[in-house]
Design a protein around this ligand. Structure first.
Ligand code: GPP
Ligand code: MG
Length: 286
């Protein structure tokens, strides 16, 4: 696996340090209990219909069944993202920008058998994910690094695919896509699944979107910003899918669960009032 020297300073602003602090301290049951279901730990939301049959059963096991079902919907989201990464094989090299506890990286490695590099500005997340790679016996192919997605330190034109699974809202999109375009090989694929606010609803984020920003210390971008920043950086969209309707069942189920964190109503309000979308965008590097 090729690794080059990352930028000398991984964390370059005080804002980035507050984000790193959040993730270094995060041990939320909504992420750890769900991850324990299969041993794959995700940091993104779910898509698809709730299987109400799977939720039938005695009251004592209700919570366990909800946790399992939420995890299944999150796994379906990761499978969906990985399926957009293009025609990859065991020799492909791919980059997970904002890799969390490694969930999507392991899904992609399992699907393609390829080399995966994940990067995060949270050392805790990097350590957790590298430990997972060892336990799974894939540390020869899947590795996580303490690096900044705006200055990732990898060689130019060396990745066949790059993705952000719900991590673009922490960075400036022009800086991000310039860096992605630098490391993507010509014809390489970029994929993001993201929450973005609806320009049609207004030029500024809605109250519910602002509540989500405050909860995660992020800065959700308008939908338009993605396409402007891609166009400026030789990333040409090939597929745009509105996953809003597909993610609402996940949030409705999560809102009824013990693992709810308090942000569920803001997501449901934002999606249902139309001020916010859950979007998949795939683009090719030219
Ligand atoms: C985290 O997932 C995702 C984000 C913090 C980015 C915000 C995403 C948007 C679509 C706006 P998580 O699994 O760590 O969050 P939670 O702890 O709420 O499950
Ligand atoms: Mg989560």
């Amino acid at each position: 696996m090729t690794t080059t020297t990352p930028g000398a300073n991984v964390i370059t602003t005080r804002y980035q340090q507050t984000v790193a602090d959040y993730w270094n301290n995060e041990k939320d049951p909504v992420n750890l209990r769900l991850g324990n279901v299969s041993g794959t730990y995700h940091h993104h939301y779910g898509i698809g219909d709730v299987d109400h049959a799977a939720l039938q059963g005695p009251e004592e096991t209700r919570e366990e069944r909800i946790v399992k079902e939420l995890h299944r919907l999150e796994a379906a989201q990761a499978d969906y993202l990985a399926a957009q990464l293009g025609d990859l094989g065991p020799n492909s090299r791919i980059l997970d920008a904002g890799s969390g506890r490694g969930g999507t990286s392991f899904v992609a490695n399992q699907l393609f058998g390829c080399h995966v590099n994940g990067i995060s500005i949270s050392q805790q997340q990097v350590d957790f994910a590298n430990d997972q790679a060892k336990r799974r016996g894939v540390d020869d192919k899947v590795a996580f690094h303490f690096r900044n997605m705006l200055d990732n330190g990898f060689d130019t034109a060396t990745f066949q695919a790059v993705w952000n699974n719900e991590s673009t809202m922490y960075v400036d999109l022009h800086e991000l896509f310039a860096e992605h375009a630098r490391v993507l090989a010509p014809g390489g694929r970029y994929v993001t699944i993201t929450g973005c606010y609806n320009d049609v609803h207004g030029r500024q984020p809605s109250r519910a979107v602002s509540q989500i920003d405050a909860h995660y210390i992020c800065d959700i971008h308008p939908r338009s910003a993605y396409f402007a920043a891609m166009a400026a950086n030789n990333l040409i969209p090939i597929s745009v899918v509105d996953l809003t309707a597909a993610t609402i069942p996940y949030w409705e189920l999560r809102a009824t669960s013990e693992v709810a964190t308090g942000i569920e109503d803001a997501f449901l309000t934002a999606y249902k009032e139309g001020s916010f979308h859950y979007l998949m965008i795939a683009a090719d590097r030219v």
